[in-house]
Design a protein around this ligand. Structure first.
Ligand code: ADP
Ligand code: MG
Length: 592
């Protein structure tokens, strides 16, 4: 030391040593939730309820209906290295449970107040113990349903230095929400319920249907868009299951890429690389997919006893893991929905085959993979290009200027598509997508000009909102107003709706608002909120598939579509029309 004195070495007081060790396991509130949820999963729970307040700093409660802990072992569970999951050295080489060190409960109890109530299945009563900073302050029998409930309060109140490093309550709560979402998706056989400040924002059915867990976590539209990954590699014994987003559904960061190894959530750069590599050429720069993927591998192939919080693992066959992940994801992407064009071969196939490279060959419609988001297309009213030209070959890198070719309406099919004759072939327009684009542009134009087109209702309409709809209402209040909604709070979860956007006139106003709020929740994952809102309104107000249109209506619609800035895609980025080139038809009919 600089003052020249020697240091005195001494062994740390046990409480201090425990607090230091606890820091490795419990970094922030979400670490507590992770350990408790993992314990509930290990206990065979079919339902896990996570309730927090104050971002989890104030309180976290995790309740399960698992096997419970015998009353004479509850206190033991809080001792260091006390575990029911591991007894022999051999087991350490093939760990099948999420926990194995017996360090979580002692760590948590060292840095918070903890109350545990547990009743083993088949027992008549439960047992409760209350701890304060590691000291047992009360113990006794307690009536309780079978299972375990652990309440952790005032995290780090005894360690102000640590507490200072925590973020705001809402940021900490956000991490917990993400964590529970991940586990809910990886364990569709368990019902997860998550609430913060009494508001429930996740509730999965636990019926072992992955698609339903996905729906509960991400909502209707995103869930419908996600692609299933499922590959089995018998030669290695590796298996991959999960969901990935199509290239059109992306996020601005990697937060929504979740990986599980044998259903243990881990963080691993190599797996992220493998996933991103599989999307190579399909995503814009700095856009990332949404993914929840579980890799099943033989237990001895992975060392899970590597990181204090068990967040990282080591693979014995890194290369195999990498290529398995990449192959499985690529395969799922290739099976994605058909490309919006006829194949360039001589068949009319739109089957799930490898998609053509961007801009391949003449006559290809813009593939969805170079469409980028609607944001990439300038919204300027200046449209200097060939209004009558054929959509040129897409240039993956460029911000392309879209223009609609001059079209002559031939008729309508399935009350859904408008068939038109145009330069170099036939065009089929999706009437809903086309109208969505028209309305979207109109809404954005009026909002930009600060002249919302609003239709006052004859009398105010009362609307009841769910907590997540209320969240969306609050975070989008300004945009809702600029697009023509007039909503005010009416106490509790009730709201009064006084006006709707003019384009929604004639529809059930309450339904319109609720639908828009729900749609925002889903699309909000993907793009700018203002766009999302306008797109939701447009989607809701646009003519539906299944509506017959007169010729005048069809001609009118195509005229309006032509006047938009991006006539070739709907505001969600899907195509408004498909092109069947002369060449393709000639090939198809064997004329060439
Ligand atoms: P580990 O999970 O590594 O065994 P923990 O400190 O997390 O260590 O838990 C210690 C022990 O307490 C577990 O091995 C288990 O026997 C018991 N336990 C903890 N949580 C639960 C629970 N929710 N249900 C049943 N038993 C539990
Ligand atoms: Mg544990």
């Amino acid at each position: 030391m600089s003052d020249g004195k020697t240091m005195t070495i001494s062994v740390l007081r046990p409480e201090l040593a425990t607090q230091i060790a606890a820091g490795e396991v419990v970094e922030r509130p979400v670490s507590v939730v992770k350990e408790l949820v993992e314990n509930s999963i290990d206990a065979g729970a079919s339902q896990i309820i996570v309730q927090i307040s104050g971002g989890g700093i104030e309180q976290i409660q995790v309740t399960d209906d698992g096997m419970g802990i015998p009353s004479d072992e509850v206190a033991l569970a809080f001792k260091h290295h006390a575990t029911s999951k591991l007894t022999t050295q051999e087991q350490l080489d093939a760990i099948a449970t999420l926990g194995f060190r017996g360090e979580a409960l002692p760590s948590i109890v060292a840095v918070a107040g903890v109350t545990i109530t547990s009743r083993p299945q088949g027992e008549q009563a439960g047992h409760q113990i209350e701890f304060q900073w590691g000291e047992k302050i009360r113990e006794g029998p307690q009536g309780a349903p079978p299972g375990t409930s652990i309440t952790v309060s005032e995290l780090f109140a005894n360690l102000p230095a640590r507490r200072k490093f925590l973020k705001s309550n809402s940021a900490e709560a956000g991490r917990i929400h993400e964590l529970v979402s991940r586990y809910a998706l990886a364990y569709p056989d368990i019902s997860f319920v998550y609430s913060s400040e009494g508001r429930t924002s996740i509730s999965t059915p636990g019926n072992d249907r992955p698609a339903e867990a996905l729906l509960a976590v991400y909502g209707r539209e995103a869930a419908a868009a996600m692609l299933e990954v499922h590959s089995d590699y018998s030669e290695t014994g590796y298996k991959i299951d999960g969901f990935i987003s199509p290239p059109s559904l992306t996020r601005a960061n990697r937060t929504y890429m979740s990986f599980f190894i044998n259903r243990r959530w881990i963080q691993n750069r190599m797996l992220s690389f493998a996933l991103e590599e599989a999307y190579h050429g399909l995503l814009q720069e700095r856009r990332y997919p949404i993914a929840v993927i579980n890799l099943t591998i033989p237990y001895p192939d992975v060392d899970v006893n590597y990181h204090p919080a068990k967040r990282e693992v080591r693979f014995h066959q890194e290369r195999t893991v990498y290529s398995t992940m990449q192959r499985a994801v690529r395969a799922a992407l290739m099976l994605d929905s058909p490309v919006p064009t006829m194949s360039s071969g001589n068949s009319f196939s739109t089957s799930a085959q490898a998609r053509p490279p961007a801009g391949s060959g003449p006559g290809f419609f813009h593939s969805p993979f170079n469409r980028s988001s609607t944001r990439a297309v300038p919204r300027s009213p200046a449209r200097e290009t060939n209004v009558a030209g054929v959509p040129g070959p897409a240039d993956a890198a460029a911000t392309y200027q879209q223009a609609l070719p001059a079209l002559r309406v031939v008729g309508q099919i399935k009350s859904t598509y408008i068939v038109a004759d145009g330069p170099d072939g036939m065009y089929v327009v999706d009437q809903h997508a086309a109208h969505e684009r028209v309305l979207f542009d109109r809404i954005c134009r009026h909002a930009a000009a600060k002249s919302p087109q609003s239709q006052p209702l004859l009398g105010p309409v009362a609307v009841e909102l769910t907590p997540s709809q209320e969240d969306n209402l609050r975070s989008n209040a300004e945009y809702l107003t600029s697009y023509g909604f007039d909503v005010e709070s009416f106490g509790g979860t009730s709201y009064l709706l006084r006006a709707v956007p003019t384009i929604m006139t004639g529809q059930d106003p309450a339904r319109s608002l609720v639908d828009v709020l729900d749609l925002v929740a889903v699309d909000g994952l993907v793009r700018q909120h203002e766009d999302v809102l306008a797109a939701s309104i447009a989607c809701h107000a646009a003519i539906r598939a299944g509506k017959s249109l007169t010729e005048a209506e069809m001609v009118g619609l195509l005229g309006q579509l032509e006047a938009t800035d991006s006539p070739l895609t709907c505001p969600h980025g899907r195509p408004t029309l498909m092109h069947f080139s002369d060449y393709q038809m000639e090939r198809g009919f064997g004329r060439r």
